[in-house]
Design a protein around this ligand. Structure first.
Ligand code: GLA
Length: 377
């Protein structure tokens, strides 16, 4: 539960009255991982965990922001020279600057925010943070920016102020989410479709390993660069639409590592479409089989999994779970699991017990509740 009341009260106590409240969610992704920046299809949905912000323009050129979960305040002006030092405040600063770059007349404001999207779990707490401010400032300063551009503002914030060359999926899901629906987004054309998602007889649960591997350099950006190199070798702008035949034809010209990365992407592109068809038939067994395949690809070819997540997926398989895989950017975080109702409790108990025995703590369990996107409260 997001502490909406606590956010409002904190705002009143430090900045006074007159704040408006906004919320923007984290996301899950059923299938289509590391596909957004390759221009393919992804299948996310917004969740019932998010970031709540109380915001009030203050008529100055300064932002005063208080992060309730950290008990920390940042104060900055909206020019490049005054980029804040706190990492969390850079998200706010980046959003304001990206809005201004697009002609949005964003001025100073006071704000308090808090959230319940677990950090580092692969559920896009950062996109929730960017989106809640993009959405709120757009309304409060009357910028008239549309939803797609608000998502791009969050993405550009990651690129230009936070060092992550992410795709558009997370910010899109956080803005456009709809209760009870997943979204199939074509990341090249930005066309999308809502899919009612109510897998009768199954539950969708996340197991949060609470593990985050801090890796040297930026392995996420490296994956993206690999894909770009292969696309260039194929004479394409994006990897989307590449085939194994064409990849094999250029195999000698690319590194073995890049070959594996592209092989994963080609397989994942196919799986997204397979999952869409299967969903329309209500065939969850096929959906689950694709999820296991995705995990194998992310672990062996894309190499964004880790021991703990591989372990959780192996336990899921042994327990007869329908589908399980690492979710999000990788290197820790959650598995997403499609589990038949009658199996769910036993599976969760077993996974928690065995993970605890091996790694010394239990993974946390989150039931996925597909919810609405950014909005005013
Ligand atoms: C992160 C990025 C997204 C996407 C996923 C992997 O969440 O922010 O753009 O690439 O990883 O699917």
């Amino acid at each position: 539960m997001i502490e909406t009341k606590a956010v409002a009260e904190k705002f009143a106590s430090i900045y006074g009255s007159g704040a408006s409240l906004f919320v923007s969610p984290g996301r899950i992704n059923l299938i289509g991982e590391h596909i957004d920046y390759n221009g393919g299809f992804v299948f996310p949905g917004a969740v019932d965990k998010g970031i709540v912000a109380a915001v009030r323009p203050n008529g100055t050129d300064r932002v005063r922001a208080f992060a309730l979960d950290l008990g920390e305040e940042a104060v900055f002006r909206l020019d490049e020279a005054d980029k804040p030092v706190q990492a969390w405040a850079c998200y706010l600063f980046g959003v304001c600057r990206e809005m201004q770059k697009r002609g949005g007349e964003v001025g100073g404001f006071d704000t308090v925010f808090a959230g319940d999207v677990p950090l580092g779990a692969g559920m896009s707490s950062s996109a929730a943070l960017e989106s809640v401010y993009a959405f709120a400032l757009n309304e409060l300063f009357g910028c008239g920016i549309d939803g797609f551009e608000l998502a791009r503002i969050g993405q550009a914030t990651e690129h230009n102020y936070c060092g992550v060359k992410c795709g558009i999926m997370d910010q899109f899901a956080s803005i456009f989410g709809k209760k009870g629906h997943l979204m199939r987004l074509d990341c090249r054309s930005m066309e999308f479709e809502y899919f009612p998602f109510d897998p009768e007889g199954y539950r969708l649960v996340l197991l949060d390993s609470r593990v985050k591997h801090e890796l040297v350099g930026s392995p996420y950006n490296d994956r993206r660069v690999s894909c770009e190199r292969v696309a260039a070798a194929l004479g394409q702008e994006l990897l989307r639409g590449a085939t194994m035949e064409r990849l094999d034809a250029i195999r000698e010209r690319i590194s073995p590592e890049d070959y594996k990365r592209a092989r994963y992407v080609i397989g994942e592109e196919r799986r997204v479409l397979e999952v869409c068809d299967a969903l329309q038939r209500g065939d969850y067994e096929t959906v689950g089989a694709c999820m296991f395949e995705t995990h194998r690809g992310m672990s062996e070819d894309y190499e964004v999994s880790c021991e703990e997540l591989d372990f959780l997926v192996a336990v899921a398989r042994e327990c007869g779970v329908t589908g399980s895989r690492i979710m999000g950017g990788g290197f820790g975080g959650c598995t997403i699991n499609l589990v038949r109702d009658e199996l769910c409790d036993a599976f969760l108990a077993e996974a928690q017990k065995r993970f605890d025995e091996k790694y010394g703590h239990e993974p946390w369990v989150y039931d996925v509740v597909i919810s609405d996107g950014a909005r005013r409260l």
